[in-house]
Design a protein around this ligand. Structure first.
Ligand code: ATP
Length: 235
């Protein structure tokens, strides 16, 4: 089976001259969960932003299900759901309207049954008529995921979905990811937390200073390195 995502020799030098990515290669198979683990400034958000077509690379290639993100942007982007790090949602809009608009942005025909299934899978169905400002922080993060899933993407990017949240909310998010895995969604999530990678990933990639240091099956990696050694890699 062809990989759902192929990244080859990706480079990014920002206008400031800073080299955020220096030759990143990554291949993701359908249905897997990859944790992209790296410290602050490692290049995680830059990598995701390029894959999603939001930032132009200085070199290299990205193919989503065979579609080149630069030359075939619409087709490639339609296969991607992106959950950004920052919560930026219209405060006075209802949950239902937000997911409906998100689907419409991709030119997909109305499909209320799909949107209902998405909201139910995230325990948001009862909140569909609530306005964003009435929701808790954890619920808002779920709304971001629902928006990202509204157009039925094949691959979902979660950029630090649990940064700065308490242990309970983090566990809640892990359950959400587990539920998405059960529905066959391919997921790439970035994180600073080794425990998070350990908990939910099939494979772990470690990125630092714009380079992928390793990509390995989680079980093999944990058997080989343990948390302490991994922490040293992340410094
Ligand atoms: P964090 O975990 O803190 O979000 P990250 O791994 O996502 O970090 P990036 O946000 O991709 O890292 O940043 C990688 C490097 O590129 C950092 O040194 C950052 O300061 C730099 N950088 C990011 N965006 C820009 C930009 N628009 N212009 C210049 N430099 C940038």
């Amino acid at each position: 089976m062809a990989p759902i995502l192929e990244v080859e020799g990706l480079q990014k030098r920002y206008a400031s001259g800073h080299e955020a990515l220096s030759g990143v290669d990554l291949t993701i198979e359908k249905g897997e969960i990859l944790a992209l683990l790296g410290p602050n400034g490692a290049g995680k958000t830059t990598l995701i932003s390029i894959i999603c077509g939001l930032v132009t690379p200085s070199g290299g290639q990205v193919r989503v299900d065979g579609h080149d993100i630069r030359h075939d942007y619409r087709k490639a982007r339609a296969l991607i759901g992106l959950v950004p790090q920052e919560i930026a949602l219209e405060p006075f809009e209802t949950v239902w309207n937000l997911v409906r608009f998100s689907r419409g942005l991709f030119g997909k025909p109305r499909d209320d049954a799909h949107l209902e299934a998405v909201l139910r899978s995230l325990s948001l169905w009862d909140k569909r008529d609530a306005k964003v400002h009435e929701l808790s922080g954890g619920m808002k993060r779920r709304v971001l995921i629902a928006k990202a899933l509204a157009h039925e993407p094949k691959i979902l990017f979660l950029d630090e979905p649990t940064a700065g949240v308490d242990v309970e909310l983090r566990r809640g998010m892990w359950e959400v990811v587990e539920g998405l895995r059960a529905r066959g969604v391919t997921i790439i999530l970035t994180t600073h937390y080794i425990e998070e990678a350990e908990e939910i990933a099939d494979r772990v990639a470690v990125i630092n200073r714009g380079q992928i240091l390793l990509v390995e099956e989680k079980a093999r990696l944990m058997a080989r390195m343990g948390r302490k050694e991994l922490r040293i890699e992340l410094q």
